[in-house]
Design a protein around this ligand. Structure first.
Ligand code: ABN
Length: 171
C-alpha cells in the first residue's frame, strides 16, 4: 500500500511541476464550455419521424407497388421532388426510354408505359423500385432495363425515373 501511495505522490508532484494553475483552469474551462454547448448541436430526427409514418399503399405514386411501375428500374421521382410523370426541378427527361406494358387493376386494361430517366443531378437515392416485369437477362442487351437512359443527355447523371402512359395496349 505504501508503494502505491508513493507512486501517486510522485506522479502528482511531477504533474504539478509541469502544469501551471492557469493552464489547468483553462483546460477545465474549455471542457465545461464544450459540455454546455453539446445540447445545442443540431440533431437529425427526420429518420424517426419517417419511421413512424405508415408506408404508402399500392395506389400511391410513392409506392413501388403502384400499377404503373410494373417494369420500372430506378428511384421514384415522386419521392425525389417530382411526381410519377414529371421530373424534379433542375433535371431533364431522357429522350431514350424503356417501354413496358402494365395492367391497371382499376379498369382492367393494359397500358403502354414509358419509363424516362430524369437527368442532370446525382442519384436521388429515395424509393428505389426495381420491378422489371418481362425484362430479359443482361445477355439479351436490347431487352434489359438495367441501363442509365440519361446516356444521351448533355448531363448524363441519373437522378430518378418517371412513368408516362403512352396509350392503351391493343389486344
Ligand atoms: N434506368 C435507371 C438506371 C440508371 C442507372 C443504372 C441502372 C438503372
Amino acid at each position: 500500500m505504501r508503494g502505491l501511495d508513493q507512486l501517486f505522490e510522485r506522479s502528482s508532484r511531477s504533474l504539478a511541476q509541469r502544469s501551471s494553475r492557469r493552464s489547468v483552469l483553462g483546460s477545465l474551462g474549455q471542457l465545461l464550455t464544450g459540455a454546455a454547448l453539446l445540447p445545442l448541436l443540431p440533431i437529425d430526427r427526420s429518420g424517426r419521424a419517417r419511421a413512424s409514418e405508415a408506408p404508402p399503399g399500392p395506389d400511391s405514386p410513392e409506392s413501388c407497388q403502384y400499377w404503373r411501375y410494373c417494369a420500372i428500374d430506378g428511384y421514384l421521382c415522386s419521392c425525389c421532388g417530382g411526381s410519377s410523370t414529371s421530373c424534379p426541378p433542375g433535371t431533364s427527361s431522357s429522350p431514350i426510354t424503356w417501354i413496358g406494358t402494365c395492367h391497371n387493376p382499376h379498369d382492367q386494361r393494359d397500358y403502354i408505359v414509358s419509363y424516362n430517366d430524369c437527368c442532370g443531378k446525382t442519384s436521388c437515392g429515395n424509393c428505389e423500385c426495381v420491378r422489371n416485369e418481362r425484362e430479359k437477362p443482361m445477355y439479351r442487351a436490347s431487352r434489359n432495363n438495367d441501363l442509365n437512359w440519361c446516356m444521351a443527355n448533355a448531363d448524363s447523371n441519373y437522378h430518378c425515373t418517371v412513368s408516362v402512359i403512352l396509350g392503351v395496349a391493343e389486344k
